[in-house]
Design a protein around this ligand. Structure first.
Ligand SMILES: NC(=O)N[C@@H](CC(=O)O)C(=O)O
Ligand SMILES: [Zn+2]
Ligand SMILES: [Zn+2]
Length: 441
């Protein structure tokens, strides 16, 4: 159905970024009018009563694993899109570590098309940096960039681009079209193949091979120097240590084009959760001690870390429910990202809702080069938005998730802030906390 044929939507009485209450009339995929509270007549519009809700530009996730093609038993583009819409996202970047890997233009276009067919969120493929994520030869970066998928973010995520020469070439290459390399920063020699948790007192006690924070920090330090040398842009995926924050702070002060993301889990969960050997908490990079968590929160609040990205990493039970050392790395995160940020950063008074819009929408959209997303909610802007109940609290139930996977580290935890509605180009994908059947839109 063409977008022009959809019914207008009137969002009544939302608090824009938590700052001022207004009505928003959404028509033909854009914000047609912004008016004083209760000033706009509904006419034939579908009315969303947003009294008490905060309106944010639709959330943008720089780091999502959708698992299709190859691991549809863990997630598909459709089930991951549902989780994204339920979490308030209107765009997600789909990581390239699928099977086959997204390392060609055709593979990227297939992911794009699967996203369009699902129709719940803009699925923007990330391209691999190297063929098959092998870290040796560059993938078809230019062809992916020029394809219908317009790939701008490249990453071997799951693996580090460990070879400095390869990283340098990738940075030089993507510079030509304003691309960015998102690095999974982890020196493979320092981290070691068997490592599965933070290296520290606890890993010693548990008898688990740990990996040290410095394995991340040396790669970030190297990559900011390569970004300076090439004049290109580097993005640091899932920052997990205070040392990385120090490097980023220095690099930004030099004017080096580096951006960075932190995951919700690294903002709240700590390494001591591993004491019960529950593989739900096994993730790469690992959960760290309190000092790191505090440094990450401070860096997000002061802008040293630019964005929050979920690293939603669904895994099927038969990959996750193993002895700790054998289980897969990763945890789901799309449906809980906003509540975790609200709980850790807003409820604690460290960030405002305008800051949340910056770290979960505006800045990630700018980093990824997605012009239709992250815009301020003013007349003429694309009608991509999220409505949040800022005070609602809820105990997370992994079985209430719409993701296909259940590796949910938030199960049983009470979080504040609930996504009530998501609107993609003027069409609700989530209403009253329930997914909207695409056929009914
Ligand atoms: N984060 C994880 O623990 N796992 C990710 C890979 C990654 O993000 O490095 C995955 O693909 O499962
Ligand atoms: Zn990674
Ligand atoms: Zn990842």
């Amino acid at each position: 159905m063409p977008e022009t044929a959809t019914r207008p939507v009137l969002v009544r009485g939302a608090s824009l970024l938590g700052e001022r209450t207004a009505d928003l009339l959404l028509r033909d995929g854009v914000v047609a009018e912004v008016g004083e509270r209760r000033s706009l007549a509904p006419g034939d519009a579908q009315v969303i009563d947003a009294d008490g809700l905060v309106a944010l530009p639709g959330l943008v996730d720089l780091h999502t694993h959708l698992r299709e093609p190859g691991r549809e038993d863990a997630e598909t583009v459709l089930t991951g899109s549902r989780a994204a819409a339920a979490g308030g996202f209107t765009a997600v970047l789909a990581m390239a570590n699928t099977s086959p890997v997204t390392d060609t233009a055709e593979a990227a276009e297939r992911v794009l098309d699967l996203g369009r067919a699902a129709g719940l969120v803009d699925v923007q493929p990330v391209g691999a940096v190297t063929h098959g994520l092998a870290g040796e030869e560059l993938a078809e970066l230019g062809l992916m960039a020029r394809s219908r998928a317009r790939v701008r973010v490249f990453s071997d995520d799951g693996r580090c681009v460990a070879n400095a020469r390869v990283m340098r070439r990738a940075l030089e290459y993507v510079k030509a079209f304003g691309g960015v390399v998102s690095q999974h920063a982890q020196d493979p020699d320092l981290a070691g193949p068997a490592s599965c948790c933070h290296e520290g007192e606890l890993s010693g006690r548990l008898g688990l091979p740990g990996w040290p924070g410095v394995a991340e920090e040396v790669i970030v330090a190297r990559d900011v120097m390569l970004a300076r040398h090439t004049g290109s842009r580097v993005h640091v995926a899932h920052v997990s240590t205070a040392g990385t924050v120090e490097v980023l702070r220095w690099a930004k002060a030099q004017g080096i084009a580096v951006t960075a993301e932190v995951t919700p889990h690294h903002l709240l969960l700590t390494t001591d959760l591993l004491s019960g050997y529950d593989p739900t908490f096994k993730v790469n990079p690992p959960l760290r001690p309190d000092e790191d968590v505090e440094a990450l929160r401070a860096a997000l609040a002061d802008g040293t870390i630019d964005a929050v990205a979920t690293d939603h990493a669904p895994h099927a039970r038969h990959d996750k429910e193993h002895a700790f050392v054998d289980a897969a790395f990763g945890m789901v995160g799309l449906e809980t990202a906003l509540p975790v940020v609200a709980t850790t950063m807003v409820e604690t008074g460290r960030m405002t809702w305008a800051d949340v819009a910056r770290v979960l929408s505006t800045t990630p959209a700018a980093i990824a080069g997605l012009p239709g997303h992250g815009a301020e909610l003013v007349a003429g802007a694309p009608a991509n938005l999220t409505l949040v109940d800022p005070t609602a609290t809820r105990v997370v139930d992994r079985d209430a998730s719409v993701s296909r996977s259940r590796n949910n580290p938030w199960h049983g935890r009470r979080l504040t802030g609930e996504v009530r509605a998501t609107v993609l180009r003027g069409r609700p994908t989530l209403l009253d906390g329930e997914l909207v059947d695409p056929a009914a839109r």
